[in-house]
Design a protein around this ligand. Structure first.
Ligand SMILES: Cc1cc2nc3c(=O)[nH]c(=O)nc-3n(C[C@H](O)[C@H](O)[C@H](O)COP(=O)(O)OP(=O)(O)OC[C@H]3O[C@@H](n4cnc5c(N)ncnc54)[C@H](O)[C@@H]3O)c2cc1C
Length: 383
């Protein structure tokens, strides 16, 4: 890969091989079981932690590896081979969604108490943004924290929270000044054993079955004021920064997913015959797949461009949002056409495409919908 991919060195390639080995031995063989159970063993976090997969970019003093973002790209791309999007998402929430704010802005005590055990896989992390009445409109959240003595007292609810049923802490986005709009939002770490914290329904989903997605409730939950992350009132801006990593991870997964879906489809199409010919040889499909190969390559280049900007800490919100639109929308199209290519078998659980078709549907919704991404691109393009 390195010769054609200037971003990846030999060391990235060795890391990629290690992740592939991990995914093929510790995840892929159990994917069906985990999907059926709608959960996977907690030990997977520990195993991933032991391999250093949960803290690739974090400082070594907290157990991270201090590596560049291209290692994260390798990690995410290889995870797709597990065929268990739910477990993949749970791990990525732990490594790239719920913890970056703690690493960037948390106090030393927060890093020792929450970040370091999350990197080791000992504590499970969740990110609490979405609420029953506010998803895209983050400034519209109602979960509220008020100061009382040395504590924050938190009331409200969150929904759609990945890792929600068994998280050890939530990186919680809440209002600390209800009248303050965007400036009234802060980030507070809430341990799940705090009195008044409870897990509501575990939600039934279309796909990503192996990850637990839950409602959380906060009823007069009291946590020390030192659990505030960064500055009070800056939470909205921290979250917008945090979203860039989350959206990149989604984009990279989407491109790797397109490749995997086509790999499976080509294998199927070489063996399955209709009218005396392998179905892959029908001109309509050859041309459609040629288009998808071209579009996947174009999507990958855009995602890598955004990764490069992100890795070099250059402004990248516009490019990351573009990548999320292009890569995630493409994955939906590729999934649908690959299912069609399998004929009736595509509708049966015997072939991976039926699960993937359900799983990829999340890509244009989670971490910012396509419509919200378009709005960002339009705004940043002065439209
Ligand atoms: C499986 C799963 C796991 C998730 N995990 C987490 C998690 O761990 N933590 C967490 O906090 N959240 C999580 N989410 C929530 C996810 O981030 C939200 O679903 C997403 O942000 C959209 O919010 P919403 O569902 O409230 O939709 P809404 O915001 O109600 O949007 C509904 C529709 O309106 C459109 N829309 C909204 N605003 C605009 C606009 N300005 N312009 C044009 N169209 C607009 C949207 O694009 C969408 O089509 C998860 C969701 C799912 C499905």
């Amino acid at each position: 890969m390195s010769e054609r991919e200037p971003f990846f060195t030999e060391s990235h390639d060795m890391f990629r091989a290690m992740v592939r080995q991990f995914v093929e031995s510790e995840m892929e063989p159990f994917a069906d079981e985990w999907e059926e159970a709608e959960i996977f063993p907690r030990e997977l976090f520990l195993k991933a932690g032991e391999q250093g997969l949960l803290g690739l970019n974090y400082p070594e003093e907290y157990g991270g590896s201090g590596l560049d973002y291209w290692y994260t790209a390798c990690f995410v791309e290889e995870l797709v081979r597990s065929r268990c999007a739910g477990a993949n998402m749970a791990l990525m929430v732990q490594s790239d969604m719920a913890t970056p704010i703690l690493a960037d802005l948390g106090s030393e005590a927060i890093k020792q108490e929450f970040l370091a055990p999350a990197i080791r896989g000992e504590k499970i992390a969740a990110l609490g943004v979405s609420e029953p009445n506010a998803g895209s409109d983050v400034a519209g959240i109602r979960t509220h924290a008020r100061k009382d003595g040395d504590d924050w007292v938190i009331n409200g609810s969150k929904t759609f929270i990945t890792n929600g049923t068994r998280c050890d802490f939530v990186t919680l986005i809440c209002k600390t000044d209800p009248a303050g709009g965007h400036q009234g939002i802060s980030v507070i770490v809430v341990p799940s054993d705090a009195k008044g914290f409870s897990v509501g329904r575990k939600l039934k989903k279309l796909g990503n079955k192996a990850s637990d997605t839950a409602e959380l409730a906060f009823d007069e939950v009291r946590v020390p004021q030192r659990y505030l992350v960064g500055e009070e009132g800056m939470g909205f801006y921290y979250l917008m920064q945090n979203f860039q990593g989350e959206r990149l991870v989604a984009s990279l997964s989407a491109v790797a997913g397109c490749e995997r879906m086509m790999e499976d489809a080509f294998k199927y199409g070489r063996e399955r015959e209709a009218f005396g010919r392998p179905i892959l040889k029908f001109q309509v499909w050859r041309h459609e797949f040629a288009d998808f190969l071209a579009q996947t390559e174009a999507a990958r280049r855009l995602a890598y461009f955004a990764v490069d900007l992100f890795d070099r800490k250059l402004p990248c919100t516009r490019e990351v949002s573009m990548a999320k639109i292009v890569c995630c929308e493409l994955a939906l199209k590729v999934a649908d056409r690959c299912l069609q290519f399998h004929g009736g078998w595509g509708y049966m659980d015997e072939y991976p495409i039926s699960r993937t078709w359900r799983d990829v549907r999340l890509l244009t919704l989670g971490g910012g919908t396509t419509e919200v991404m378009r709005e960002i691109v339009a705004k940043l393009s002065d439209l």
